[in-house]
Design a protein around this ligand. Structure first.
Ligand code: E4P
Length: 214
């Protein structure tokens, strides 16, 4: 399973670079950095992590998305152009995929959207777990359904679980066979903390220091 960090914060990417295979951003995430120099951010990320860097287009029409996608792809070979699962976004996915540009179809909330993303040659499709949970449905079910349908038809598009809000989403997405997941810092940091690990380590150290005292 590929693990991505869902941030554009360079200090966080530096901190976790040994544990992640790539980085995902979106306009909201980039806006939190207070700078709109996307090229600068992408190049900084590329120096830290040698893997896909998802960057989303701002245009909402086909021509604008394709032009923007081509320009983003020129910044660095690891750029994966993020496009929304709309009519124009899916058309742009097909056009960019035909040119060999990696794509990540974002804001995916249904199996048919994911199927269309695969048929348009998407590299990744990003179903949003947390935002589905927010409307009283089960985001993990969507991951499992897409994984199953992709397996049935042999689609090569990778399922990238997004909008991950807690460690249980991580566990359940992995169990459902998601090819990739993108984690915000607040979830990734939980991977390295378990109360029983802390208690166990304290006991080991205490027993060891008793021995040394003899
Ligand atoms: C990443 O690709 C998505 O844009 C991100 O995970 C969305 O997360 P959110 O629903 O917590 O904003």
């Amino acid at each position: 399973m590929e693990i991505f960090l869902d941030t554009a914060d360079i200090s966080l990417i530096e901190k976790y670079k040994d544990f992640v295979d790539g980085v995902t951003t979106n306009p909201s995430i980039l806006s939190k950095q207070g700078s709109v120099d996307v090229k600068d951010v992408v190049l900084k990320i590329s120096k830290l992590v040698d893997g896909p860097i998802s960057v989303e287009v701002i245009s909402s029409d086909f021509d604008g998305m394709v032009t923007e996608g081509e320009n983003l792809a020129k910044i660095h070979s690891n750029v994966c152009v993020k496009l929304p699962c709309t009519f124009d976004g899916l058309k742009a996915c097909k056009a960019l995929s035909n040119k060999g540009i990696a794509t990540n179809l974002t804001l995916c909330f249904s199996v048919p959207q994911a199927m269309m993303a695969a048929k348009c040659g998407a590299t990744y499709v990003s179903p949003f777990i947390g935002r589905i949970d927010d409307i009283g449905q089960d985001g993990i079910n969507l991951i499992a359904d897409i994984v199953e349908v992709y397996d049935v038809y042999g689609f090569e598009t990778k399922v990238l679980s997004a909008s991950v809000r807690n460690i249980n989403h991580f566990i359940q997405a992995a169990m459902a066979g998601s090819d990739a997941i993108t984690l915000p810092e607040k979830v990734l940091e939980q991977v390295f903390v378990h109360p029983l690990t802390d208690i166990g380590l304290k006991k080991f150290m205490s027993d060891w220091s008793k021995l040394k005292g003899k």
